[in-house]
Design a protein around this ligand. Structure first.
Ligand SMILES: CC(C)[C@H](C(=O)O)[C@@H](O)C(=O)O
Ligand code: SF4
Length: 465
């Protein structure tokens, strides 16, 4: 038998039909939906008079448009469009018997945080969702990616997806990351190396000792953000850490199902002879804390660098949008806001790491800082450890959960010209508010910038004050 990559093995295991060498019909184990991308798909389903084929294989979560300040009812949401999206999702779920985690559910949060919180992402599954960062579940050894409206409708009706076969690509992170270097720095370094389309058309498998050394939440950060390097799928061979992470969560497999999962995991890796269409190797030891200076996630440099001379018109435009001058040290760039949140970096380990930087320190004068835990489950776990007190004592706001200022499609919007240190994954023009300027970085780097008021190498601050 020919050697296969993990991606190819998971495709084989879910193949319902092979249409041609490039297109395969795959069975979908779990389909996740949000209020923002599902309404049109349900509308299509209804006009075709079709039913949901497997309601028990769907999960819906409210996350994109909701506010993160406390409200008592949906009626309090000022934006009529957002209110309608949330109400429509609820109606559709009731009509079709789909489980909904609504805004007032104690498990609510960003969908890609909620699914792992519940223990619903397992090695070997196919997980699809109308959201590009669905690749997050690759950290569990699942074949997972984001889809569009017509595909959502197709899954609702058939529980299958037409999958365009991708080229396998391996990104090996070798060596050992230095102190203060996080999974976010690693993935930003990869994207800076390969470019924003470097992994386009590829299923990226992360491998290497620095990936094995990461905890599961760090691996989620890798698989989540590599989408900004163009990857359609991201995957990591599951190991004992993954099983430990799932074990005991409310929706983790039990009894014989658990045993079956444990024994299946053994074979879930690429064969040693498997062929990758593209290989990239990055030495973790060479990675410094990164920040973006431009308006594309690949426009990133170590924080101790100077703002670069623009080499293209796009780079010149990015600098002008960002209000930066070539040659100025990145650490001289002052910020107005600090945002710790998003499906990339708002899990418990992210909040712990940021709290370690904030402990005993205060947010700089004039900086508005907010922390939006990725889910209410994460929020409660953080509060049980007293992390909320650390954030509040430092001058951060401690919010409810949702996408929030990651994409500013809700009440959390930065003002024109405001500059943000942000633990998110996209720094496109206007992403966090019209005219707002985003610098992407790790949550500990956001904490450091919040304290000093400018982009800062967190390693200089060191541990708690
Ligand atoms: C709104 C949604 C379609 C979008 C995505 O697919 O990624 C959003 O989550 C984002 O991060 O830009
Ligand atoms: S947190 Fe940001 S990246 Fe993640 S799903 Fe929400 S908007 Fe998209």
């Amino acid at each position: 038998m020919t050697a296969r990559t993990l991606y190819e093995k998971l495709m084989d295991a879910h193949r319902v039909r092979q249409f041609d060498p490039d297109t395969v019909l795959l069975y979908v184990d779990l389909h996740v939906m949000n209020e923002y991308t599902s309404p049109q798909a349900f509308a299509g389903l209804h006009s075709a008079k079709r039913r949901v084929r497997r309601p028990e294989r769907q999960l819906a979560v409210v996350d994109h448009v909701n506010p993160t300040h406390p409200i008592r009812s949906i009626a309090e949401i000022e934006d009529a469009g957002g209110r309608l999206q949330i109400e429509t999702l609820a109606e559709n779920c009731t009509r079709h018997g789909i489980e909904l985690i609504d805004l007032f559910d104690p498990r609510q949060g960003i969908e890609h945080v909620v699914v792992p919180d519940l223990g619903l992402a397992h090695p070997g599954m196919t997980i699809l969702c109308g959201d590009s960062h669905t690749t997050t579940y690759g950290a569990f050894g699942a074949l997972a990616y984001g889809i569009g409206t017509s595909e959502i409708e197709h899954i609702l009706a058939t529980q299958c997806i037409d999958h365009t076969v991708l080229k396998p690509m391996r990104v090996s992170i070798v060596g050992t990351a230095g102190p203060g270097i996080t999974a976010k720095d690693i993935v930003m370094a990869v994207i800076a190396r390969i470019g924003a389309d470097g992994a386009a058309g590829h299923a990226v498998e992360f491998a290497g000792e620095a990936v094995e050394a990461l905890e599961v939440e760090g691996r989620m950060t890798l698989c989540n953000m590599i989408v900004e390097g163009g990857a359609r799928v991201a995957i990591i061979a599951p190991d004992a850490k993954v099983l430990d992470y799932i074990k005991g969560r409310s929706r983790a497999p039990q009894g014989a199902d658990w045993q079956a999962l444990v024994s299946r995991v053994q074979g879930m890796r690429s064969d040693p002879q498997a062929v990758f269409a593209k290989e990239v190797t990055v030495d973790a030891g060479d990675i410094a804390p990164l920040v973006t200076w431009g308006t594309s996630p690949d426009q990133a440099l170590p924080v101790m660098s100077d703002v670069p001379q623009p080499k293209t018109e796009a780079e010149a435009r990015a600098l002008s949008y960002m209000g930066l001058t070539a040659g100025q040290p990145l650490t001289s760039v002052r910020i107005d806001r600090a945002f710790i949140g998003s499906c990339t970096n708002a899990r418990l380990s992210d909040l712990r790491a940021a709290a370690d930087v904030l402990r005993g320190r205060r947010v700089a004068e004039g900086v508005q800082a907010i922390c939006v835990p990725g889910s209410k489950t994460v929020r409660a776990a953080a509060e049980a450890e007293g992390l909320d007190k650390v954030f509040l004592a430092a001058g951060f706001e401690w919010r409810g959960s949702g996408c929030s200022m990651c994409l500013a499609m809700n009440d959390d919007v930065a003002k024109p010209g405001e500059r943000l240190a942000s633990s998110t994954n996209r720094n496109f023009e206007g992403r966090q508010g019209q005219g707002a300027r985003t610098h992407l970085m790790s949550p500990t780097m956001v904490a450091a910038a919040a304290i000093t008021g400018h982009l800062t190498d967190v390693r200089i601050l060191g541990g708690p004050a």
